[in-house]
Design a binder for this molecule. Structure first.
Ligand code: SF4
Ligand code: SF4
Length: 246
């Protein structure tokens, strides 16, 4: 969630964005001498650090619309998931995939329907990053959050979410590029807000619909059962309700 900063917005020219570490960066920096604020200059060095260790990539309606327009939305489906953060905020994310089993690893005892909790996968690389070729597999369709990284807008101010990004401080960014990045960071902020409002509502409505459909299907099945089948089912329910709780 973009962080709220209480400082009043400063009036600056387009090319003068101050670098402010994010809250997490600030806590890591505690104890160190305070660095003077510097103007934002950035040029991505394509080091791919952000594809390898950024955690879940938030997806917005902007991305879904882009993928729908480009006819690639189905390609992304296996990687999409909903992640509810400890603070309750719900995000649509690119879910990192579990690492493949190591050579010789015994997978026979794995639960057939087990899934790795998202929390265990957060430190793993983006599923769409090809580590061998050092390439984003979906570069033309990469999410908005990848386009604005490491810049963030919180509704008032811009900040740098990763001061260790090697591109921060690199010269060569044109005014137009900076302006575009700032606009994209703003769009990201509004899009994230939009999807975070929508997701819990959609989630609840879809759950209710699934539940109603299941109940309807059950009723239909039961209405087609013979008396003999019903008697067997009653017997099963009776046995299970007679069992003492474990
Ligand atoms: S945005 Fe920063 S961390 Fe990501 S690839 Fe570019 S330079 Fe590396
Ligand atoms: S979608 Fe592409 S650019 Fe974004 S984190 Fe994944 S590999 Fe990197």
């Amino acid at each position: 969630m973009p962080k709220k900063d209480k400082e009043p917005q400063k009036s600056k020219k387009d090319e003068e964005v101050e670098i402010k570490p994010s809250e997490s960066e600030k806590s890591e920096e505690k104890g160190k001498e305070e660095e003077p604020k510097t103007k934002f200059t950035f040029k991505c060095t394509r080091c791919d650090k952000c594809c390898l260790e950024r955690g879940p990539i938030p997806i917005t309606f902007w991305d879904l619309e882009l993928w729908a327009r480009n006819g690639v939305i189905a390609n992304f489906m296996p990687y999409l998931d909903i992640y509810q953060k400890p603070d309750g905020v719900m995000d649509l994310i690119l879910k990192p995939l579990p690492p493949p089993p190591e050579e010789g690893e015994d997978t026979s005892k794995n639960e057939p329907f087990s899934i790795t909790p998202i929390e265990d996968l957060l430190e793993i690389k983006c599923p769409l990053y090809n580590q061998n070729d050092k390439k984003c597999l979906v570069y033309e369709n990469r999410p908005l959050s990848c386009r604005v990284y490491p810049l963030e807008f919180d509704g008032k101010n811009f900040s740098i979410v990763d001061v260790d990004c090697p591109g921060v401080g690199e010269k060569g960014m044109t005014k137009e590029e900076l302006k575009e990045m700032r606009e994209s960071a703003k769009t990201m902020y509004y899009e994230l807000t939009r999807i975070r409002i929508s997701l819990p509502i959609l989630n609840q409505m879809i759950s209710q619909k699934v539940m109603m459909d299941l109940m309807k299907q059950n009723l239909e099945v039961m209405s087609k059962m013979t008396d003999e089948d019903r008697a067997k089912l009653d017997e099963i329910f009776k046995k299970s309700s007679d069992k003492p709780p474990e």
